[in-house]
Design a protein around this ligand. Structure first.
Ligand SMILES: C[S@@+](CC[C@H](N)C(=O)[O-])C[C@H]1O[C@@H](n2cnc3c(N)ncnc32)[C@H](O)[C@@H]1O
Length: 276
């Protein structure tokens, strides 16, 4: 199966909107009353969820007039949060049709259909014009992307001069086989984890200047330990990440605790700027 088809198949759920609608009902809310905060436990599919997104996006200097690209937006949780928090317009793009279709409905539910739009597509070959975006961000997507060079070149093309890109991905740190399944791959053949040096090298080769780099391992361990103690999200909200990861959620969380604690991988933020 071509890699992108395997990625889409890995993430496709089949009955996602119904599962989220059911979680919303269990919260005592409806599609008219649910808000961006209620959806955060399920629509921010990366280490640290909404808390991580807030700290990460604050480094991009998002402003009301910005048009921002959410690369590999998934359900668009970070897109909606950014639009609500900073008042900016956000376009999200993602390979997984199931996420894009469901995410579009969630935008309507929370009244952000005018500011946020989600498209289906490949981040390494997007349909957008040169310089179409002021800022771009990518949350836990590169672990699925084979060709980091193409990705960096596409991001450089899409940003205006002076624009910033933030990447927050799980990156390869030390030696040792990763334990699978993990949230982004069922087996090693599906995973495309790269080192921070590879990210920096490809981003710099595309023309970007590195502004900051932060290893978020400690924060990740706190997040996973808390997630595990909360039934992988199920005990704290009917809309936890268990909805997306399904029956394999406990195993994926256990494996991530081992992979991060053994120093094999870490969630790392890299912020880069396109020279003005
Ligand atoms: C772990 S999820 C993260 C989703 C979202 N960024 C978030 O944090 O909630 C990874 C997402 O990357 C998307 N993805 C993987 N490869 C992609 C590509 N080449 N182009 C666009 N999206 C891709 C997947 O479809 C999936 O939705």
């Amino acid at each position: 199966m071509p890699h992108n088809d395997a990625v889409e198949s890995h993430y496709s759920h089949g009955e996602l909107l119904e599962a989220i609608r059911s979680g919303v009902r269990q919260l005592g809310k409806t599609s008219e009353t649910v808000n961006v905060e209620d959806l955060a436990p399920v629509d921010e599919f990366h280490i640290g969820g909404r808390i991580a997104t807030e700290a990460f996006l604050d480094q991009l200097g998002l402003a009301t007039n910005d048009h921002v690209l959410d690369v590999g937006c998934g359900l668009g949780g970070a897109s909606r949060f950014a639009a609500q928090r900073y008042g900016c317009r956000v376009t999200g793009i993602d390979l997984t049709d199931d996420y894009v279709q469901t995410g579009e409905v969630l935008c309507e539910w929370v009244g952000l259909g005018d500011l946020v739009s989600l498209d289906r597509g490949d981040a390494t070959a997007t349909p957008y014009e040169d310089g179409a975006f002021d800022k771009a961000f990518m949350l836990h997507v590169g672990m699925n992307i084979e060709n980091k060079e193409l990705l960096a070149l596409e991001m450089f093309r899409l940003l205006r001069p002076g624009g910033r890109l933030g990447v927050y991905d799980v990156m390869r740190m030390g030696d040792g086989d990763l334990r699978f399944p993990v949230p982004w791959a069922t087996s090693s053949g599906e995973s495309r984890v790269s080192t921070p040096a590879t990210y920096r090298g490809t981003l710099e080769a595309a023309g970007f200047r590195v502004v900051a780099e932060n290893n978020r391992s400690e924060f990740a361990m706190e997040f996973f330990t808390h997630l595990q103690a909360n039934g992988n999200g199920a005990a704290s909200s009917p809309l936890g990440l268990h909805v997306l990861m399904g029956g394999s959620a406990p195993e994926k969380v256990r494996n991530m605790i081992e992979n991060v604690s053994q120093g094999r991988v870490a969630p790392v933020e890299i912020i880069v700027e396109k020279p003005a």
